[in-house]
Design a protein around this ligand. Structure first.
Ligand SMILES: [Zn+2]
Length: 250
């Protein structure tokens, strides 16, 4: 039975990932997410068998069936990442209420991954959609103390405000609002750890890209991938990381 749920969570993740591509690519352009998908070049409307996550991309060798334009590898990449993430969430959380929280959390992270990678923005309406959801979920499954959801949100907001001042605009206001929303779900300790991890990953990749001449100094890179990774690690491994840090220090 276990293997059934493992496979199911991966497949569901891929299907959700496919939907998040649609949401993340259309919401910033104020397009409907309900109209059928078509090729951006020739407007060829996609048939149901062309919408199968990952597989249709592979079987079409990454090209539109009609006009042979290359399809962005971002589509299957997001689908695969979401599949792996849902599988990981199932294995870590199991079939209990918290799974709803972690999956909702993942939905936001993947959608903003798409918008930030594609347009370098984190849309307000996406954040405003998840804000009440996070508040509701945290009322159903509270963290201790009860006010930590508000404190976490405030601390997240202020840390990013500080980083924006330091970076002189390389970090956007969208990231700041995202941290405020994530703070509700994560609470103070985990949002601080998310901030540290995201800054660390961002700095490491930034330095690496500059060293490889793939990025100019002061050129902005999307911060959402690092925030997402930091937030997931922080959610599941905060205690282990803090304990590890303390043994290193003392
Ligand atoms: Zn086409």
């Amino acid at each position: 039975m276990e293997i059934f749920f493992i496979v199911l969570s991966f497949i569901l993740g891929c299907v959700f990932g496919s939907f998040f591509n649609v949401v993340g690519l259309r919401i910033p352009k104020e397009q409907s997410i309900l109209t059928p998908s078509c090729c951006p070049k020739c407007q060829h409307q996609l048939k149901s068998y062309e919408l199968i996550p990952i597989l249709s991309f592979l079987f079409q060798f990454g090209k539109c069936r009609s006009c042979k334009t290359n399809i962005s590898p971002l589509y299957p990449l997001i689908e695969f990442t979401t599949g792996l993430l849902f599988l990981f969430l199932y294995l870590k959380t199991g079939l209990q209420f918290e799974l709803i929280i972690t999956v909702t959390f993942a939905c936001l992270l993947i959608i903003i991954l798409v918008t930030d990678l594609s347009y370098m923005i984190i849309p307000n309406n996406i954040l405003l959609f998840f804000l009440p959801l996070f508040l509701f979920l945290r009322m159903m499954l509270p963290i201790e103390p009860w006010y930590d959801i508000f404190l976490g949100s405030l601390v997240g907001f202020l840390m990013l405000a500080f980083l924006i001042l330091l970076s002189k605009g390389a970090i956007g206001g969208g990231d700041m609002k995202l941290f405020a929303v994530l703070g509700i779900l994560l609470g103070t300790k985990k949002i601080i750890l998310t901030f540290i991890l995201a800054s660390l990953f961002g700095a490491l990749i930034g330095i690496l890209l500059i060293a490889l001449n793939r990025l100019k100094r002061k050129e902005a890179i999307p911060f959402a991938p690092f925030i997402g990774l930091g937030a997931i690690i922080s959610y599941f491994y905060e205690q282990e990381l803090v304990a590890f840090y303390l043994t290193m220090m003392f």
